[in-house]
Design a protein around this ligand. Sequence first.
Ligand code: DAH
Length: 340
Amino acid sequence: MIERLKEIRAAAEEKIMNASDLDSLREVKVKTLGRKGEITVLLRGLKDLAADERAETGKVGNEIKQALEQLIEEKIAEIKQREMETKLAREKIDISLPGTLIQSGSLHPLSRVANEIKDIFIGMGFSIAEGPEIEYDYYNFEALNIPKDHPARDMQDSFYISDDILLRTHTSPMQVRVMEKTAPQTPVKIIVPGKVYRRDDDATHSPMFHQVEGLVIDESITFGHLKGTLLAFAERIFEQELQVRYRPSFFPFTEPSAEMDISCVNCKGKGCRVCSYSGWLEILGAGMVNPKVLENGGYDPEKVTGFAFGLGIERIAMLKYGINDLRLFYDNDKRFLAQF
Ligand code: DAH
């Protein structure tokens, strides 16, 4: 039996040494050492041998098994190493090659300007409030002192959904919504950025556009606070020193009301096409919160006063970047958008 074991060993060793891949090694292992392998089967015959012969043969058998197992392990390691080397040689990466340029998007100019406006007001202690774009007639008009038959409604041609629900025509409805939540606490210092909707559509009007509303309420707020805040804002958003002027205006929710003009950011007030040769640019509407609106929001107009303003983000972005057609913002032309 020992002779036979040695034969099997020799044959197996040869196969192992010649094996070129893991599969053929596995095959040798199964054929010699597996449960039905040649050595395993042969050693089952040990029990029929005489005692001293059995011990001797068993010892040799075990030695051969161990030797073959070890040999196979070594060969496996060798083959794996070789496979890794050929793989590395084949898959050489040239790190000096230029990479593939991944095109990345950028913020829409309106988002950029909205973010800048928010940053400026946050820096002045304002917080940001957001409200529904589908709004009750009450908040959009009534609560702002614009009754059903008021001519001021004509300035804001609206998309009605039902008799008392519409797409908000401005961000002002958030004034009373915020007051209802905070009254009678002071101060209130908020801005409301967001989308608004009107039935207008031409080179300078879009049925959807963006506004930022501002509202400040506290004891003894004056027109001086309004002027100081809005001048600081305008100079920061346009990154230059500016002249401002206020023209009397009318909004039912402010009293007094004004339009704020800034000296033309293009010609510094000398007169050019951007400012229609007037030297001034109309930039926002503002005023002292009408006592009736304070009351509607739950504040006592004998105790507090406030100022409010509303501005168009598109208008600011057009002036800031020298864009002359409003529709460029909504065309989604990459040649335009990639410039920001
Ligand atoms: N809501 C006005 C509009 O869209 C703008 C406005 C004017 C808002 C005066 C105000 C304000 O808060 O005080 O035309």
